[in-house]
Design a protein around this ligand. Structure first.
Ligand code: ADP
Ligand code: ADP
Length: 225
């Protein structure tokens, strides 16, 4: 579990200021949801925490470390995207194992982790299938499994449910919530869906036009609109 501190974060895309110096403070193990209309800067913020965008100004710290300038792999994070980007020719097992194999982890340790996470996500019967033979919800679970096996300090989710239909979205929401209660990682979760934000968040950050409009617990935001 790591604390995340975002201080006076600025992002310029050329002459366009996408983030105007935002501050967000996330406690260890907290589930933080960034919510707001399209174009308000949610993804940009998340991608900067992940190390996928350069920082134009300000500072990001994960745990005790300022991570400005660190590569994504050095940040102790794992990210789940909305287009799951699974490897179509690999089995579910190998989709989950792949990043661990690259890290040269011993094979039996990889096997232990993949099977444990597959159990949690109810993917055990599907380990030998390829993504083409899975439903949307199952694919999304594999995408999460792939992140979880790495046992990251911090999880970053970018609209992970937006490609799913309403019913499945509700189920997956409950599943992500359960997962967080079990794993207790620090999470930043981006969505434009206010219901999703209210259900999942310990802390909600409402963004607009590259600024923070409001930030607090769902209760605070609900009672003090
Ligand atoms: P959100 O995730 O809230 O929809 P984004 O973070 O994607 O918002 O975008 C914030 C602003 O930055 C928008 O005005 C968007 O057009 C702009 N933007 C995002 N990515 C780029 C990019 N690669 N180049 C130029 N402008 C960008
Ligand atoms: P691919 O289809 O990507 O070529 P394979 O199915 O041939 O992959 O398996 C490659 C490796 O992954 C093998 O070392 C195999 O032991 C391992 N593997 C794949 N599926 C499983 C599984 N369900 N349980 C254990 N190991 C698996």
């Amino acid at each position: 579990m790591s604390r995340i501190e975002i201080r006076n974060l600025v992002k310029m895309y050329g002459a366009h200021k996408a983030l105007h110096g935002i501050d967000i403070s996330i406690q260890p193990g907290e589930f933080c949801v960034l919510v707001g209309p399209s174009g308000c800067g949610k993804s940009t913020t998340l991608r900067m925490v992940a190390g996928l965008e350069t920082i134009s100004g300000g500072e990001i710290a994960i745990g005790e470390r300022v991570v400005n300038g660190l590569r994504p792999k050095e940040r102790g994070i794992a990210m789940v995207f909305q287009n799951y980007a699974l490897y179509p020719s690999k089995t579910v097992y190998n989709n989950m194992a792949f990043s661990l194999q690259l890290s040269r982890m011993p094979r039996d340790e990889i096997d232990r982790r993949v099977r444990e996470v597959a159990e949690i996500l109810e993917l055990t019967p599907l380990l030998d299938r390829k993504p083409g033979a899975l439903s949307g919800g199952q694919r999304q679970r594999v995408a999460m499994g792939r992140a979880i096996v790495r046992d990251p300090e911090v999880f970053l989710f970018d609209e992970p449910l937006s490609n799913l239909d309403a019913k499945l979205r509700g189920q997956m929401r409950a599943e992500i919530k359960r997962l967080h209660q079990r794993l207790e990682n620090t999470i930043i979760y981006v969505t434009h869906d206010q219901v999703e934000a209210m259900t999942l968040a310990d802390r909600i950050v409402i963004m607009r036009d590259g600024r923070i409009e409001q930030q607090g617990t769902p209760d605070q935001i609900f009672h003090d609109p």
